[in-house]
Design a protein around this ligand. Structure first.
Ligand SMILES: [Zn+2]
Length: 275
């Protein structure tokens, strides 16, 4: 379906004379007769209208490549170019291409995913500088200090699921130990000044080796962020997956270790509500 349209000369129109005597008119390298300046799109069933120049605003994006004239793009029954992708956030993509407008912060994560799909570098960069993604980066830098954070989160979900299924219950309760510093710290033994982590020699550490009787254990870590910050991460990451969790401190581990030392790591009860 490549019929001559819009004979109006465009500012970017170029005329090329070929050695065989043929003359062709091009807009940005594409035979003019094949490309219209106003483009109708169907993105997963949602319709958009924009300029060709908008779609080609930035080189090296998927849209620029698609509409470079070098590729076949399927069309729907009404002749709109069809992109098989959820169109929910395509308007945000277009608004950025049109005038550099960024989406509302609540849409930033979702638009970031779309910008990755369409590989729009300038939009990705701009989005990564906005609060939701910068905040996430800062948070992730902290969570990277906890090597088993992701695995522990999976364990919480798995245990809570099994427990609720077995008991045919609406809730499941888990005991989770969250401790920032090596325990125990008695009045006679304090973390070294300027060190957030309690230092102890390997042989000494062996004497204190101990696993609390809990379902999952987080810690220790060396950062300013504390136990409440980690609890916040756990609860909000579960919420992100649609799992509602409440937590409360139910005391400390009272396991006797050696001499006058007891474990004393704080234990939290997590209540996971399934339905
Ligand atoms: Zn313990």
């Amino acid at each position: 379906g490549c019929r001559p349209r819009d004979p109006d000369p465009d500012k970017r129109q170029k005329t090329r004379n070929f050695s065989n005597g043929e003359t062709k008119h091009y807009i940005m390298g594409i035979p003019q007769s094949c490309q219209r300046e106003v483009i109708s799109l169907n993105v997963g069933g949602t319709h958009f209208t924009t300029r060709l120049s908008t779609l080609r605003r930035f080189e090296e994006t998927m849209l620029a490549a698609m509409f470079s004239g070098r590729h076949y793009i399927p069309r729907d029954a009404d002749g709109r170019y069809f992109i098989d992708r959820d169109g929910t956030y395509f308007g945000d993509i277009l608004n950025f291409l049109r005038e550099g407008v960024l989406p509302h912060w609540e849409r930033v994560r979702a638009v970031h995913r779309e910008a990755q799909y369409y590989s729009i570098g300038p939009l990705l960069e701009s989005l990564e500088d906005t609060q939701p993604l910068t905040g996430e980066k800062v948070r992730q830098a902290f969570l990277d200090l906890l090597p088993y954070y992701r695995e522990n989160l999976e364990r919480i979900v798995e245990i809570a699921k099994l427990r609720a299924m077995q008991k045919k219950a609406r809730f499941a309760k888990l005991k989770i130990c969250v401790y920032k510093e090596e325990m125990p710290i008695t009045p006679y033994e304090r973390p070294l000044f300027n060190s957030l982590r309690f230092e102890r020699s390997d042989t000494e550490a062996k004497l204190f080796e101990h696993h609390c009787e809990v379902d999952v254990s987080f810690g220790p870590w060396e950062a300013v962020a504390d136990v409440y910050d980690l609890l916040h991460c756990i609860v909000s990451d579960l919420a992100e997956r649609g799992i509602s969790a409440e937590q409360q401190c139910i005391g400390v581990c009272d396991k006797h270790l050696i001499n006058h030392y007891y474990c004393k790591r704080p234990i939290y009860e997590f209540k996971i509500t399934w339905w």
